[in-house]
Every structure is written in C-alpha cells, then in structure tokens.
Design a protein around this ligand. Structure first.
Ligand code: NAD
Length: 499
C-alpha cells in the first residue's frame, strides 16, 4: 500500500491482492505528465493464484445455462451504467482521451460488449449432420477452460470487455491482464463484477507488465487459450509461445490502414470521414486511416480540406467537454510519434500542418500533446508510410488509376482495415475484393456491427473476433456420431466411407 497515491491492486479470486513481491508501477495522467497512481506489478506467483482460482471456478460456471451466464454479464453491464460518469472520467484521465470520446465511445461500447455477448450466446446453435438410416452427427460446443485475455491501452475497457465477454459467455473462466499503462477502468470493472454478485474466481484481473504478468499468463499450462490485442512484435512472440504449447491463440495486431478516395466520391463526406479516421483518439486506434490515397484530380482539394479541418480541431484538457483532441498516452509514445515526423522532415516531405507539440497552458502544460499532422511528398517505401506510427499523423499520396490505388493500399506488411470512397458501385466491389484487408468500409469508417467478423490479414493478426467468430474461438468443437438402429447393416454398403 502506497500512502498518498491511489493504489490499484490486482483482483484475484474476488480479493484485492497487492503484488506478491511488493512492486508497483507508476501510472501517469497523460494530460499532465504527472504520476497519479500506482498499479500492482504482479508476477508469475500472482498469475498462478489467479489461474488456480479460475480452474476451481470453472466447473460451476461452465455448468450454468447460457441464459444464467448472460444474466450475470448483463448485471455487470448494469453496474457500469450505474457508475457511468465515474468510468468515463477514469478512462479519460488514464489514457488522455477526451472525456467526450470516453462518454460516446469507450464506456457505452464496453457495456454493449457485455450485453451483446450475453445475448449472442443465448441465440447460438450447434450443427447436426444427418446420415440418413445409418447415423446422426451433432456438434457440441464446450468452453475451453481458463482463457487468458491480454489487452492494450488505446481503448482500455472497450477492448478488455470485447475479449472477456465472449470468453465468459461461452462458459470459460478468465484471467485478464489489462495494459499497465491504463489499468484504472479494469479495476473499476472488478468492482462492478463484485457489485453484480458475479461468482468470484470466474474473472480475475491481474495487473502488471507484459514481460512478467503477461508472459506468465501466456505460458501457464493451465491457460487453455490466449486472446491478445496489441503490437505486432509482442503478438509474434505470443504466437510462437502458443504454437510451442499447441494452445489456441487469437492475435489482433497493428495496422497501417489505407483510406482511398476516388475523384467520383462525395468529396466533402470523404474529407470529413478522413479527418475522423486519421485523428480520432489522437490517431491511437488500430483502425485509423493513416495512409490517405487520393486520385490525382482530387488530391489538392482533399489535402486542403483535411488541413483546414485538422487545424480546427480543439486541442486541450481531455476533461474539458469541448476538447476534441487530447493527449498521447505516454512520453515514450509522444517521442515515437515526433520521431516519425522528424524522419519525414529529413526525407524532404511537406508537413502541411501540425508537426509539433502545441503549447498548452494551465494544468496540462506538462502533458503529452501532439498536433494533428498532415504530410505529403513522401515515397511509398519510406518507414513513415510503411510502419505503424499510432499517432495523429496522416500521409497523403496521389494515384492515377484504380489498379495503382489497390497496389499502394496493399503495399505494407499490414492488412487490418481499409476505407474506399467512391460513387461507382462496380468499383466499390472490385476494390473491396482486391484489398488485402480483414475489414473494408465503403463510404464510411469504423461503422461497427458487433456480429461481423473483426480482424486482420498479414502482420495485422491471426483469427477473427466478433459475433460467432469469437464464440467459436473460445469453444472446443466436438462431433458426436450416433449410429442409428440398423447401422451395422449399412456397413457393407459403405456408409462409413462417407467420412
Ligand atoms: P503492446 O503489444 O505493447 O501491449 C499490449 C498488451 O500486451 C499490454 O497489456 C502489455 O502489457 C502486454 N504485453 C506486452 N508484452 C507482453 C508479453 N511478452 N507477453 C504477454 N503480454 C505482453 O501494445 P500497446 O502498445 O499496448 O498497444 C498498441 C498496439 O496495439 C498497436 O500496435 C495497435 O495497432 C494495437 N492494437 C490492435 C488492435 C486490433 O484490434 N488489431 C486494437 C487496438 C490496438
């Protein structure tokens, strides 16, 4: 227990648990650059205890009806709703995102995740394959056991609940590790879980660093499946560890998403959407459209429109309801973003707007702010265009033909999301089909239906989340084949050969 600063313990088996070896990690408020809390740096022993609790809780939880599990998740969502403002402020303070974004996006979506999967599992069904006179096959879907869920800092509660809700709804118990950079709302979630009278041990929140607590979850033999959202580098390591243990793994990783504007599009709508795609959450969304590709005849119109909108974004204290653009998540991350923009400068690029940390007065003077930045004039193969920056930085490149647009769009190692703006229906279909991307939005961006498959190709991930895809990931499939009366007599007629 640290006197003077709020301390955020892990919650293991329903009990607030200080780290086994007494280590705590500083938690910063990005808007001020000040440490405002300490979070538990849990170790392998803490993870062992959480996994043991999850194993003990598994039989009862898995044995409950889907409807009863759904009711528990709905009660947890209700508890978040009852403390909505507290969750909103905590998310904003922890991450630097504008309070308006936490209010409109993060916390409503966290509640929606819990409620959606509570409903989805009730409506889920399994298959039957009828072999006529010889046999009937039916498919059982069973929870895998203890699921390890590891999430990043950019949408803290939103992405944590996106994982744990389908895992829990399908009857798994969960050991979750939120990002150590933004632990606060996960801690409030543990309180909501307790207030909802949800069974202890079914969900443990283990705080700590990736290389200790996170790695211990991935490597624990009692963890039957791992669902990870985060950077591609960490995802590669987790994928390799799970591969060695033959453990199912879902990896949602980085992106460098193309946003393609054809000259036949509604250009105003394209620019409005490009602004949101580039700068929402200070550019810290894996789905952000950070590579704007514009047909040459519309290039200057789009660049000028985007620059004007970027300059008009209201930057400042995330707690101010009028702020549109808050702080980047950390000093290190701010330095990384500035480093890429400096690289662009060194390459002779044209920084059309932004490119600096703005001067903010008052309580946020020491915060990690960076201006919305629009860059033109870069070659496609440079690091600024090929690598994920994860900040409010968008590059704009011209193209001359549909095939060139597709070629540029597909030219990075990533393949998470893409947007296409056009009024030509045939082109919308052709380009959507040709893009190497798990998600394509036509004339929109980040329009989400929780039933749809979500995930990336290439270096953006392995597997899909969302809807039935998530329910499938968290369950083992078992086929049961029952010979019907007289099946023995079918043998000689080759019934078994149908397999
Ligand atoms: P990160 O990979 O550094 O960390 C993500 C989580 O993994 C954190 O909880 C961290 O503590 C943990 N971790 C780190 N090393 C680990 C290890 N060796 N073993 C187990 N866990 C470990 O990512 P980040 O910086 O928190 O998040 C930003 C990244 O996440 C960006 O690359 C972004 O594109 C990506 N992201 C992807 C999606 C998606 O759906 N594809 C969504 C959001 C963010």
């Amino acid at each position: 227990m640290i006197l003077g600063l709020k301390h955020i313990p892990s919650v293991i088996d329903g009990t607030e648990t200080d780290p086994a070896v007494g280590d705590w990690i500083d938690v910063y408020e990005p808007a001020t650059g000040q440490v405002y809390a300490k979070v538990a740096s849990s170790n392998r022993g803490d993870v062992d205890r959480a996994v043991e609790a999850a194993q003990r809780a598994f039989p009862d939880w898995a044995g409950m009806s889907a409807d009863d599990r759904g009711k528990v998740l709905e009660r947890v969502a209700d508890r978040i709703e009852a403390r909505f403002d507290e969750f909103v402020k905590a998310e904003s303070k922890d991450s630097g995102k504008p309070v308006s974004v936490a209010r409109q996006v993060d916390i409503p979506r966290a509640m929606a995740n819990l409620r959606f999967f509570a409903g989805a599992v009730r409506h889920w069904h399994s298959d039957a394959h009828d072999m006529g006179a010889s046999a009937l096959n039916y498919t059982l879907k069973r929870p895998r056991g203890v699921a390890g869920c590891i999430s990043p800092w950019n949408l803290p509660l939103y992405l944590l609940t996106w994982k744990i809700a389908p895992a829990l709804a399908t009857g798994n118990t969960v050991v979750a590790k939120p990002s150590e950079v933004t632990p606060m709302t996960a801690s409030l979630l543990a309180e909501a879980w307790r207030e909802a009278d949800a069974p202890r041990g079914v969900l443990s929140i283990v705080h700590g660093e990736g290389k200790t607590a996170g790695a211990a979850i991935v490597q624990h033999p009692g963890v039957s499946a791992v669902s990870f959202t985060g950077s591609t580098g960490v995802g590669e390591w987790i994928g390799a560890e799970c591969g060695r243990a033959l453990k199912p793994v879902s990896l949602e990783l980085g992106g460098k998403n193309p946003f393609i504007v054809f000259a036949d599009a509604d250009i105003d709508s394209a620019i409005d959407t490009a602004e949101r795609a580039a700068f929402s959450n200070q550019g810290q969304i894996c789905l952000c459209g950070s590579r704007l590709l514009v047909e040459r005849s519309a290039f200057e119109t789009v660049v000028e429109g985007l620059v004007e909108r970027a300059r008009n974004r209201v930057i400042g204290d995330p707690m101010d309801p009028d702020t549109q653009h808050g702080a980047q998540v950390s000093a290190d991350h701010l330095a990384k973003i500035a480093g890429y923009v400096n690289m662009a400068r060194d390459l002779g690029a044209n920084i059309r707007c932004g490119g600096n940390s703005p001067a903010i007065s008052g309580r946020c003077a020491g915060g990690y702010f960076y201006e919305p930045t629009v860059i033109t004039g870069l070659e496609n193969d440079c690091a600024v265009i090929q690598e994920e920056i994860f900040g409010p930085v968008v590059t704009v490149q011209p193209f001359d033909s549909e095939s060139e647009a597709v070629e540029l769009a597909n030219s990075t190692p990533y393949g998470l999301a893409a947007s296409v703006f056009t009024s030509n229906l045939g082109r919308a279909h052709r380009v959507s089909a040709a893009l190497e991307s798990g998600i394509v939005w036509v004339n929109c961006w980040m329009l989400r239906d929780l039933r749809t498959p979500f995930g990336g190709m290439k270096q953006s991930g392995v597997g899909r989340e969302g809807g039935a895809e998530a329910l499938r990931f968290f369950t083992e499939t078992k086929n049961v084949c029952i010979a019907t009366e007289g099946a023995e007599g079918q043998r000689g007629k080759g019934a078994e050969g149908k397999a």
